[in-house]
Every structure is written in C-alpha cells, then in structure tokens.
Design a protein around this ligand. Structure first.
Ligand code: UN1
Length: 506
C-alpha cells in the first residue's frame, strides 16, 4: 500500500526510538488490520535493556531541552505541525487501516494533531504565571512554571496518534521530554508518527531523547508507572488499567493524568429538535464503531417523543453501511480485534439476560468484505437504567434507550453511572439547558447542548470525573499539568521584614 511506503513502514520495523535513532527491540508484535485481517507489519518490542537506554537518553535530553526558550521549542512544534499537514492523507489512511475507523475519522484524527500543534505554538509564548502583591514593603511576589522532566505517555488503540500529540506537543513546549508507549494494537501508527517527527528533530538539532517511542507490552507501562524518573504519567485507556497505574504512581507520590472510560448519555427532551438529535445520536453511537471514549452509549428520551424518536433511529440504523472504512461510502468500520468482538457479544447476551429488548439486533457480519470477522452490526436495546450492563462501558456500537418524564429524573439517570466523561442534552428550552449545565446538572467533564457527546474540539480541556480519572488534556489550561509551579518572593529593600509581622530581633 502506497501510504505505508510514504510513512516508512516496512514488513519488520524497529520499535524503539529516542528521536532519530532506532533500536530493534527483542521479541516482536504483529499488527493485523481489522479491515481485511491481513498482516501489515511486525514491530520490535522493548525489553529492560532498551527501556533503560531510552530513560537514560531522555534524562540527559531534559537537561538541555529545559534551557531552550519556550518559543524556540514552539518553533520545533510548529514544524512538526507542518510535517503532519504534509503527511495528513498518508497518516490518516494508516490510522484508518490499522485501527479500523473511517478514513474521514482517520483524517480528522490527524487534523486534531495539527490543531494541537498550532495551539501549543501559541502557548509557547504564554505559559503565564500570576504576580501577587506582597504584604511586605519592597517585596515582589510572583509564580512561574517550570517543566517537570520525563512525561510518560500511555495511549490507547482507538485514538492511536491524536492522544499522544495532545500530551506530547504540550509537554514539549513546556520543556519536558516524552516517552510514549503506544497501544500494542496500533504500533505502526506510532512508528509512522515517529518517522514524521524525526525529520523535524534532526533538522533542528533537537537532542536525542526529547521525543522517545517505546513499543512494549503492559510490563513497559508498569515500568513507566513505577519509575521515579517519570514525574508525570499520562495514561489513556480502560478504568482497570488506570486504577493500576494510579496506585503504582501514587505509591511514589508521582503525578498521573488519567483519561479512562466513559458511559456517555444524551438526554433528548420533548423540546429537542429531533432531526438534530438524530444526527448527534447516530454519529455518537456508531462513529468509530462505538470505540471512542466519548461514544454515546445511552439515550435518555422524554416519554412524549420516545416512540417517534425511536422510529427515526431504527430507520437511520437501517441505512447504515458497514464495511471497509477506507471506502468513503461506508459509515461503520470493524472493531479492533476478536477480543473486542467477544466483549460486544458478551454485552449483548448480558443485556438480554438482564431484560433488555433489542429493537435493532446485533451480530457479527460474515461474507465478502467481512473476512477479518471484526465487523459487527450496530444495535439498539431498550433497557431499564438499573441493569448492571448499562453501567458498564462496552467498547462497541451498542446503544441503550431509556425513557424519562421529568428533567430532574433524566439528569439523575445520566449521572447514575460510575463514569463521568461526556454528556449532552438536546433541547431548545433555555431553562432545561441551563439546569443541565448547572451544579445540579451533569456531573461529567464535558456537558454539551444540542451537540452529541463525541467529537470534542482540542481547544477545550478534555477529560472527565469519577472513574474517568479526573485528568484534563488538550486545550484550555491543561498545560499546567505538565509543569511545576514555583512561588517566588524577592526582596529588593534594605530590610528583611518577616511575613505575618513577626519580630525576631537579636
Ligand atoms: C478518545 O476516545 O479517547 O471527543 C478521545 C472526541 C475526540 C477524542 C476522543 N476528539 O471524540
């Protein structure tokens, strides 16, 4: 395939890099495409030796990189953005082929990378601290932000490149160095990114160790979490993984930035524009084959519009085209692998056992075009809010419908799950919208009005509460997570008065 060549992907690829230099690594992992089931390439995996080599190189690189002025660091990120623009089509195609999302979404993911580069470049001339008024004469007090050191980035298969860039581009302008452990399910997309940035690093004489890539198994993630040389571990993935990382990092009082599971709902009010609600629900539920952490998993629908909206939804599901995501006429691609198909089937069975009624049946698709056996039918079940399955995140296109009569009840249902990432209300009623956004409303990190739950812009802080982990990445002031705050008090007078008026004369 032409895009593989353009991105420097070979049949066998070294899996570890400190920037421009590569190490093969010991064993290897094979990356199969869920699109057609074919082997795309093999990738070397890090053992303890390569891990140590990377950490030592990164430690040395930090000593230099932290002294480079932030706008200079921003200039390197600007060039990374330009390199990504040039490779957008190829990288978007690889993401689509290796992960299985539609080409439009693959390209959209690369666009998020480009956008965060632009954002980080602007930030590189800001990173503002505050100044305060000292209570003492001839004193000045302010705060400034310094880089942390090595930032460990653990990313998931569903956004195999964008989530890395949200972390790495911010961390980099802040003066940190990064060690990225991508998902074992999408190692080639990560390698392609590393090739793209390597050229920029080389051209700018950026020290080896500033942007490192370390393909490895879960033990590599465990090493990062336990390593006292890594002051911040930013991890995206399941709540189970996040809890394990959090415990290990907390035991050494390191910092974590967690972006974990979601169980996102849209409330569809009787005052909703139902056509708009349909578009938001449909893309939210079946886009990326239900494998976004922001995927719409629950619809909480007002009883007066329940039947009419259900009919619209069922009709729209009937028109979905499921197939090769690189073919732009298809809406839904495959799940990532067999394990994902198994958990999809498991959730459907559990839902039925708990009393769920499927109004659009699920199932695994077979026949020409579906040889990888990873293509599934997006499905819809009518449920009660207290079914255990409705409180679980299944990374697949299964949508649960529930009915409500008062908005307070709908908000309670929406909040009554362990996860707290994204939420939305579809309404043209101002009172409803404002109640939903108020302190008595949604308990999620993201709450939208007349927009679905997925597809957040990079300019906002991205992340959620409760079992979603509490972290915020990407826009707004998320950069502060990648820096340490220092409070400075300077005395330019001839006396040394103590704070709080304390006298200490001898
Ligand atoms: C994720 O699924 O891990 O809001 C990230 C969205 C995307 C990011 C999702 N911008 O759906």
């Amino acid at each position: 395939m032409k895009f593989l060549e353009e991105l420097g992907i070979k049949a066998v690829n070294p899996g570890i890099s400190t920037g421009t230099k590569w190490m093969q690594g010991s064993g290897d992992v094979a990356s199969f495409s869920p699109v057609d089931g074919l082997l795309i390439g093999r990738v070397g995996m890090a053992g303890k030796h390569e891990y140590e080599e990377v950490m030592q190189t990164a430690t040395r690189a930090f000593e230099q990189w932290r002294t480079v002025p932030a706008p200079r660091r921003g200039e390197v990120v600007r060039q990374i953005g330009a390199a990504l623009r040039a490779k957008k089509q190829a990288l978007g195609s690889l993401v689509s082929y290796e992960m299985g999302k539609s080409l439009q979404e693959g390209l959209g993911e690369v666009q998020e990378m480009i956008d965060i580069c632009d954002f980080a470049v602007g930030l590189s001339r800001q990173l503002y601290g505050l100044s305060m008024h000292s209570e003492r004469p001839s004193h000045r007090m302010y705060e400034q932000w310094h880089p942390l050191g090595i930032v460990g980035i653990i990313s998931a298969f569903n956004f195999p490149v964008a989530v890395w860039s949200w972390n790495a581009m911010l961390a980099m302008v802040c003066g940190n160095v990064c060690v990225w452990k991508p998902s074992e399910k999408t190692p080639l997309s990560a390698i392609a990114c590393q090739h793209i940035v390597a050229e920029v690093l080389e051209r700018n004489g950026v020290p080896e160790g500033v942007l490192c890539l370390i393909n490895g198994g879960h033990e590599t993630g465990e090493l990062l979490a336990a390593d006292h040389r890594v002051p911040l571990v930013s991890a995206t993935g399941s709540t189970r993984m996040g809890k394990a990382v959090a415990v290990t990092v907390a035991a050494r009082l390191g910092r974590c930035l967690l972006e974990l599971g979601g169980n996102n709902a849209i409330i569809i009010s009787r005052d909703a524009d139902l056509d708009m609600a349909l578009v938001g629900s449909l893309f939210g539920a079946v886009g990326t084959a239900g494998q976004r952490c922001t995927t719409t998993r629950r619809l909480i629908i007002h009883e007066s519009v329940y039947e009419s909206f259900k009919a619209k939804l069922v009709k729209a599901y009937g028109q979905l085209r499921i197939g090769n995501p690189l073919d732009e006429s298809n809406h839904v691609g495959p799940l990532i692998d067999q394990a994902a198909v198994d958990s999809y089937l498991g959730a459907i069975n559990a839902c039925k056992a708990q009393g769920g009624r499927f109004i659009v049946e699920g199932g695994v698709l077979s026949g020409p075009g579906y040889e990888s056996e990873c293509y599934v039918q997006p499905c819809i079940a009518e449920v009660e809010q207290d079914y255990p399955i409705v409180h679980t995140e299944t990374f697949a296109p299964i949508l649960y419908l529930m009915k409500y009569s008062t908005l307070e009840e709908a908000i309670a249902i929406q909040n009554n799950v362990p996860q707290g990432l994204s939420s939305a209300i579809m309404t043209l009623n101002l009172r409803e919208a404002e109640l939903f956004l108020s302190a008595a409303g949604s308990d999620c990190g993201i709450a939208n009005v007349n927009i679905g739950t997925s597809g957040a812009e990079i300019g906002g802080a991205f992340g959620g509460e409760k079992e979603t982990g509490g972290g915020r990445e990407s826009g707004s002031d998320a950069w502060k997570n990648y820096m340490r705050r220092q409070t400075n008090t300077i005395n330019y007078g001839t006396q040394l008065p103590l704070a709080q008026g304390i006298k200490f004369d001898v």
